[in-house]
Design a protein around this ligand. Structure first.
Ligand SMILES: *Cc1c(COP(=O)(O)O)cnc(C)c1O
Length: 587
């Protein structure tokens, strides 16, 4: 898989989705004369026709190509009412089964205070006015009860922002109160002013490993890491920094949208895999990294710590990457550090190569806030994207200037991070862009639960211990040795099922399992017979035989049970294998 160039047609994606729909509604039948590669023919037919025009083989292959997430949705259905009558254990998607309680309590308390402040201004029936700046800091301190845990946290948070971050108390409480009430459009639209400082301080504390970059880092809060990814791709394309036909590199295996997005939406990007494997401890080897020295590679996308392998890059690899950037100084790096808090002493690529790196972060996983949609994009105030925009051919620059001029009179200084904000609302609605202010304030509160305890955040320790225990339980029961390296985030793990088969019943059986059962069928059987949902590793461009187990969404004992059921299925296969290899009279 190393170094192969992927090309992927929109049509085949459509066909796969259409098929997924067919399978999920249970209407796929076998029929002759269609092949999985004949995507155009398939997409020209109506959904009902498609469902009847695929051979078993074709549908198998399409399933294999199907986005890993669609496949998991299908298996989630299959796992209900498993043949053995087991309870469903879904370790597929990465939604955690914990939440941060402190931030929720504090948020509710802050909302209460903010509402009372609004009623101070005007109150008639259910109608209230706007909060007032004058003296709001003192009123806040008086309203909070220092003997109450939640109030004490809010008092500490305000004290931290005033004493450590040097904020004006009235201005801070006013921003939090207006923000949580949500009675004004976000202003500045990209990010509320003091919120940008709090979030910058948080990112520095959890991701930069001692580098001091917060004063030079600009932030765009977004609707989760998902929106952050979309906005980055969209604006790199719109601003002609990445053009159709351009080459980009992707650190594989990776969270599937990074494989899929470059090929849809007419972005037309050509992607090159920069791969790592179990044999490298899921760290990117030097020869793979060296591919990025090629100046025709315009951008490099990585998830760190990775998903699905859940490993952080080593310091040595980050140093090598910095050397690569010296040879290819226009390389744009996008690092998605959603899982940074699960590795102690984590160091983001952004902290080492800030001028070339766009940082994506999300609160979703660590704090259990996937429904909130809270994430962000961070960039250094001096960055390669702004330089590349300033070097665009005159014709492109003029065309962009004309577009942005409807919201920005002097386009020359209009930074990429602000362009992303404008682009997120099709430029024309720039004045109503920006993330909902109550969501921005929630991010402040989440960040402050960490910052007030920055010396040793007990919540970080707790969440790391939680996934670690689950990981141990799974690996012990599978009879595999645990990887206790510091880079292992353990939010997910990739289990090499073929290797497991070999350990359990020998090489001959493992080879039979790999060829006769395959990956998708194994996961399907695991769902249908055993009621267990995992994700298909090859869907993330991980090696054949790998299954991703999320360690985030079930309890420790459930992982013991998942491992037991995986072993049980392999034992079932082994019985089948023995039947096929032993002559009938042996029975
Ligand atoms: C879960 C995940 C996201 C999505 O984050 P949201 O904030 O929930 O949109 C982004 N990147 C990676 C690598 C993820 O695993």
């Amino acid at each position: 898989m190393n170094g192969n160039t992927r090309t992927f047609r929109m049509a085949s994606l459509v066909a796969v989705l259409v098929l997924a729909l067919g399978i999920m509604t249970g209407c796929v039948q076998s029929a002759p004369n269609a092949t999985s590669t004949d995507a155009n023919a398939v997409s020209e037919q109506r959904v009902g026709d498609v469902s009847q025009s695929l051979t078993d083989e074709a549908s198998k292959q399409l399933e294999a190509e199907m986005s890993a997430f669609e496949l998991t949705a299908l298996q989630r259905e299959q796992a209900k009412g498993s043949e053995r009558g087991y309870e469903v254990l879904d370790a597929g998607r990465g939604n955690p089964n914990w939440i941060n309680a402190k931030a929720r309590r504090a948020y509710a308390r802050l909302m209460e205070f903010a509402t009372i402040e609004s009623e101070r201004d005007m109150s008639e029936g259910d109608m209230a006015g706007h909060a007032q700046l004058d003296g709001i800091g003192e009123r806040f301190s008086k309203a909070m009860d220092a003997s109450d845990e939640t109030d004490a946290f809010l008092l500490e948070s305000v004290a931290y922002c005033v004493d450590t971050l040097g904020m004006n108390k009235d201005a801070l409480v006013f921003e939090l109160v207006n923000g949580i009430v949500g009675d004004y459009y976000p202003s500045p639209s990209r990010c509320l002013s003091l919120t940008e400082k709090i979030l910058g301080d948080y990112l520095q504390s959890v991701l930069y490993d001692g580098e001091d970059l917060k004063a030079q880092t600009e932030i765009f809060p977004t609707e989760g890491g998902s929106a952050a990814m979309c906005y980055v791709f969209e604006s790199l394309n719109h601003n002609k920094v990445l053009k159709p036909g351009d080459k980009i590199a992707i650190a594989t295996p990776i969270f599937t949208p990074y494989l899929e997005i470059p090929h849809v939406n007419d972005y037309g990007l050509v992607s090159v895999n920069v791969s790592s494997g179990a044999e490298d401890g899921w760290d990117i080897p030097a020869d793979e990294l060296a591919k990025l020295e090629d100046p025709t590679i315009k951008a490099f996308f990585l998830v760190n710590p990775s998903n699905p392998a859940s490993h952080a890059l080593s310091d040595q690899t980050i140093e090598r990457l910095a050397q690569v950037v010296e040879k290819n100084p226009s390389l744009i790096i996008l690092t998605d550090d959603v899982y940074g808090t699960f590795v102690s002493g984590f160091r983001s690529v952004y902290s080492r190569i800030p001028h070339n790196t766009i940082l994506v972060y999300s609160f979703s996983k660590f704090y259990g806030v996937t429904g909130w949609r809270v994430g962000l994009i961070a960039m250094h105030e001096q960055n390669v994207v702004d330089r590349l925009i300033s070097e665009l051919p005159q014709k492109d620059a003029n065309a962009l200037a004309q577009e942005y001029s409807i919201v920005m009179p002097d386009v020359s200084g209009f930074k990429f991070i602000d362009r992303m904000c404008a682009d997120s609302r099709s430029i024309g609605l720039y004045h109503t862009s920006g993330l909902a202010t109550p969501a921005q304030v929630f991010m402040d509160v989440l960040a402050l639960t960490h910052l007030v305890d920055a010396e040793g955040d007990p919540y970080i320790e707790l969440s790391n211990r939680t996934v670690n225990e689950r990981y141990k339980a799974l690996m012990d029961t599978l009879g595999l040795s645990a990887d206790e390296s510091g880079e292992n985030a353990k939010y997910y793990t990739l289990v090499d099922v073929n290797d497991l088969a070999k350990r359990r019943h020998g090489e001959g059986f493992a080879a039979w399992k790999a060829s006769e059962v395959g990956d998708v069928k194994f996961l399907e059987d695991l769902a249908v017979r055993e009621g267990v949902v995992l994700m298909n590793g090859p869907g993330f461009d991980a090696p054949a035989g790998c299954a991703r187990v999320s360690l985030a969404n079930l309890n420790k004992d459930d992982y013991v049970e998942i491992a037991r059921r995986m072993n049980e299925l392999l034992d079932d296969y082994y019985a089948e294998y023995e039947k096929t290899t032993q002559p009938a009279d042996a029975a």
